[in-house]
Design a protein. Sequence first.
Length: 258
Amino acid sequence: MQRVRLATGIDVAYVEHGDHGGAPLLLLHAWVESLGSFDRLLAVLPGSIHAFALDQRGHGSSDKPAHGYALADAADDAVAFMDALGLPAAVVLGSSSGGYVAQQVALTRPDRVRGLILVGAPRSLRGRPTFADEVDRLTDPIGREWVEASLLWFPRFREIPDWYLRDRVEDGVRVPAEIWRRSLAGLLEARPPTEAGTIAAPTLVIWGGRDELLSLADQEAMVAAIPGARLVVYDDTGHLVLWEHPERVAAEVTAFLG
């Protein structure tokens, strides 16, 4: 794991995988996860893809300031990360709410985004999810049992390795309660990127057919709002597409970059 200082004023942790001359791929994790959520994906990506995964502000091993959790801030951090590493542009893959951030980057800095891969990503996060009340009641330190229970907010339909689930629990424990709240509020309060303008990047949308958080109608509306976007549906898969199908997502990524 490496660290870099961003022009936005924070230090972030990151890992990179693949040949330095390979096609650049920026990986953005979901709310209260970390770059570790991409461990199983990175393990099966070909070396011809030069992938970068970072811990976003407030998450994992990156700095955890009290401010900067709006959707626009997350997008600014992603661009600042690319600046710091000398990446002129990349394909950007976002998992779940990381896909919301990816859309914002593509909208505001189209020159930096060669393509978008949205994996279980929302078109809009307006409205208050049922679990928001639990998040409002959180206090430090965050308990492991509570985080383990929170994973059940998103039903899973395939076997996932125990080590990977333990790591996701640790992700949640490492995020302070106030950042759980502020980062969620930043997502919920944001204007959906596809309503704020037109995203021009070539886009692949991957959605789980048994997702109880995001509807098929929502995904179809997102695809309709992005010219040329393509929707791929994984049957018998829930919201956590990346968790359930890292090998299949890797194949989609390889084909998309190819």
